[in-house]
Design a protein around this ligand. Structure first.
Ligand SMILES: C[S@@+](CC[C@H](N)C(=O)[O-])C[C@H]1O[C@@H](n2cnc3c(N)ncnc32)[C@H](O)[C@@H]1O
Length: 371
């Protein structure tokens, strides 16, 4: 028997050497991500972009970092093909490094759908939470959202921000005629954004529909604090407010014309109770829209050709499942929330059916829950 053990039915190779190579590549990727993290968090890319190219000493002065670290980091970034170096054969201290034009958008443009520099924050965050995570695996307990720290919350906010500010209101809701008309009409529609995180969806909707009033609800104090700051900076605080609390206790006030739960249903410990609360708070023609992960229809075993499914499972074990288990009782959904699960939760909450709307997105599926 060699290290190549075949899955007998499907002739798929489970090859030890291939796995070794793959794990090396992924370890390399993780270390390179830490270096992108350093560049993003310390403003090194921004400093390079602001004044063109820089020697190690110039970058150290501009960004306020140690010169020896600046030199090593610049060499690492050039070696990894992220930065450009003018003359690799020059003396180390005279080499000029620059941020190639094509890398500005992924590294600097926080409002672009092509922004990527937030991604290493996920990895750093999970690394920091690993002791708690190991404990949770052993005991079956959970890891609360705030245990993942600022990096996780800010990465989540950064990941969806461009979509929230330029697509969800402008394209997705605009493509649902009754919802669009209500949001554009007088008297001003009331919208709830449950599990609002740092509030970018609430802010983006208020920008897309200048009449509406939005209430964002989140159980995480740091998220609400950031959301209030972002809304004030975006000058929408007169129409967008945020409430700290459990979405289960939503409202008790005026009805809502639209309730949105964006990438949060699978995080909720009590998703059915939250959906029930949302349903009870709807105005007579109101709508509940849930956006959650674009999972496969069912578990398939090996899915090497499906990076989205692999990503969702890898995030589930390390973030979303432990997060939802931090409160009890918990539905313990995990990130891999299937369309059938959303439909089941909706029916248990009293909705009659669920439609999957024809809105295409690589990561997300859009559901409308029918009262
Ligand atoms: C993955 S984040 C999504 C945030 C935001 N909707 C977005 O798409 O960027 C899930 C959010 O749900 C919040 N959350 C979890 N359980 C909650 C609950 N019971 N009530 C309100 N918010 C909750 C978390 O604090 C977190 O901010």
């Amino acid at each position: 028997m060699t290290s190549q053990t075949m899955d007998p039915g499907l002739e798929r190779p489970f090859n030890g050497e291939a796995l070794l190579g793959r794990l090396f590549e992924q370890t390399l990727g993780a270390f390179e991500l830490f270096n992108v993290y350093i560049g993003e968090r310390l403003g090194l890319y921004r400093a390079l972009a602001a004044d063109g190219s820089a020697t190690p000493d110039q970058l150290a002065r501009r960004a306020g970092i140690g010169p020896r670290y600046a030199r090593e980091w610049l060499e690492q970034q050039a070696t990894a093909g992220i930065l450009e170096v003018d003359d690799p054969s020059a003396e180390a201290e005279f080499r000029q490094y620059s941020l190639p034009l094509g890398h500005r958008e992924p590294l600097l443009d926080q409002e672009s759908l092509g922004y990527a520099a937030f991604m290493p924050r996920y990895i750093v965050s999970v690394g920091g939470a690993m002791p708690a995570l190991l404990d949770a695996f052993r005991t079956g307990s959970g890891v609360p959202w705030d245990r993942y720290g600022d990096d996780m919350r800010q990465a989540q906010a950064a990941a969806n921000r461009p979509l929230f500010l330029s697509v969800v209101g402008q394209e997705w809701l605009a493509a649902i005629p009754d919802v669009h008309h209500r949001l554009a009409a007088d008297p001003p529609a009331r919208v709830a954004d449950l599990g609002c995180g740092e509030g970018w969806l609430s802010i983006g909707l208020a920008a897309a529909y200048p009449m509406i009033r939005v209430v964002g609800v989140d159980a995480d104090p740091a998220s609400i604090e950031a959301a209030e700051r972002h809304a004030s900076e975006a000058n929408v605080s007169d129409r967008v407010s945020f409430e700290l609390g459990d979405a289960v206790g939503l409202g008790r006030g005026e009805p809502f014309d639209l309730v949105l739960i964006f990438e949060a249903l699978h995080d909720l410990s009590r998703p059915v109770e939250v959906l029930r609360a949302a349903r009870e708070l709807l105005s007579p023609d109101g709508a509940v829209i849930v956006v959650d992960e674009r999972t496969a229809d069912a578990f398939t075993g090996m899915a090497l050709d499906n990076p989205i499914e692999r990503f969702l499972y890898a995030v589930s074990t390390t973030v979303c499942l432990p997060n939802s288990l931090a409160e009890r009782p918990s539905a313990a959904t995990g990130t891999v929330i299937r369309a059938s699960t959303v439909d089941r939760y909706a029916r248990e909450a009293g909705f009659t059916s669920t439609d999957i709307l024809p809105i295409e997105h690589e990561m997300f599926r859009v559901y409308r829950l029918n009262p």
